[in-house]
Design a protein around this ligand. Structure first.
Ligand SMILES: *Cc1c(COP(=O)(O)O)cnc(C)c1O
Length: 377
């Protein structure tokens, strides 16, 4: 098929588009960030300290969770949560096969077995109507993922979990700031875990994450486990990990958190504009629901002719991403779980059609028009 060619000549079109514009974001907050980082450098305290205390207080206030504990990454947040709940070999954890590898990776690292449940075709989050079929006497945790910045159906999940007396860990690595029925992501279940990886809705300048809980018994366990399981210095109660958040990252996050709600509002406007601009062609835009306030970690559409669209995007120099091309049950690393093609048909279909478009607080309307016109061809 002949595809109309647009030269990716950014000097001529002025259309150098970044998938997520972290450079523009730094420029916008440069003075504040530089000051905050310098203050840490001059303090000589690089682990813990006032920037971390401030951040944890702000995160707790922002989400409404009684406790927020900074840690080294979203993956470690998930692993620490499983460890704090005492999950290990012989246990099963239920999650979605349509997510980033780290969700099931953390379950495997804890020693437990991952049990996948297919996703809902409209929201791409775990299909709550299929969860009960997967519960057995080994099930210890339900771990839904709030994909692309939209919360999983936490109310339905919590109802199922409480009838089986199971804790729920929300993988909120993409959904910090998202709203669900008047509450905030990370504070919707027993434990919430988020990531501050640079490209996440709230990102730092390296790796980082946080664990949220309102359970007064869990929070101190997380704090102990992320510091080698030490109950006091050089006295270790359990085997833990080095899972701390750096002071420099905490300082950067303190600055970015002040601008976060503004960023989310603009991202939502950009997402709505994509919805409008794309409504006359045969693509599926993200589901809308008044109960959900999505932070659009990704703006992902479904296109039947993905190959042709990608070829046009490549030719026009428009960045895109596929979240995710291979569902986790078909990944080599999870081969031993014994799943095969056809086990989770919705996840498999969506993985062939999904396509994430550039989105950030700093995407201009001209850039967005260029993306949409390229998709339309
Ligand atoms: C990014 C991500 C993680 C892992 O977070 P890191 O900070 O990169 O370790 C886990 N789950 C989901 C759904 C993610 O998007």
């Amino acid at each position: 098929m002949a595809v109309p060619r647009v030269l990716p000549d950014s000097s001529r079109t002025g259309m150098k588009i970044n998938f997520i514009d972290l450079k523009a974001q730094y420029k916008a907050y440069e003075t504040e960030i530089d000051q905050a980082v310098k203050a840490v450098l001059h303090s000589g305290q690089f682990i813990g300290g006032p920037s971390l205390v401030t951040l944890e207080n702000k995160l707790s206030e922002y989400t409404g969770a009684a406790h927020a504990v900074g840690c080294s990454s979203g993956t470690d947040a998930l692993l620490l949560s499983l460890m704090a709940l005492g999950i290990g070999p012989g246990d099963e954890v239920i999650t979605s096969p349509f997510t980033f590898i780290a969700t099931a990776g953390a379950i495997s690292l804890s020693g437990a077995r991952t049990v996948f449940v297919d996703i809902d075709e409209a929201t791409y989050n775990i299909d709550t109507s299929q969860i009960e079929n997967a519960i057995n006497e080994h099930t210890k945790v339900i771990m839904p993922v709030s994909l692309y910045g939209r919360c999983a159906d936490m109310e339905a999940i919590n109802t199922i979990a409480s009838s089986y007396n199971l804790p729920v860990i929300e993988d909120a690595c993409q959904s910090f700031g998202a709203g669900y029925k008047g509450a905030k992501s990370c504070n919707l279940s027993t434990i919430g875990c988020t990531s501050f990886y640079p490209s996440k809705p709230l990102g730092c300048y390296g790796d980082g994450g946080a664990v949220f809980t309102s359970d007064d018994a869990i929070a101190p366990k997380i704090k102990m486990l992320l510091n080698h399981g030490q109950s006091k210095f050089h006295h270790c109660k359990r085997i833990g990990i080095n899972g701390r958040l750096d002071a420099v990252q905490a300082a950067i996050l303190n600055v970015k958190l002040c601008h976060f709600d503004d960023e989310v509002r603009v991202r939502q406007l950009i997402a709505e504009r994509y919805d409008d601009l794309l409504n006359d062609i045969d693509v599926i835009t993200p589901a809308k629901d008044p109960d959900h306030d999505c932070v659009y970690a990704q703006y992902s559409i479904r296109v039947k002719e993905r190959k042709a669209v990608i070829s046009r995007l490549n030719d026009a120099g428009v960045p895109y991403a596929i979240h995710y091309p291979v569902p986790l049950h078909l990944q080599e690393a999870f081969h031993s779980l014994g799943y095969q093609t056809g086990d989770f048909p919705v996840a498999e279909t969506v993985s062939h059609e999904i396509l994430s478009l550039p989105i950030s607080r700093f995407l201009t309307t001209a850039q967005q028009d260029y993306v949409v016109n390229t998709i339309k061809g």
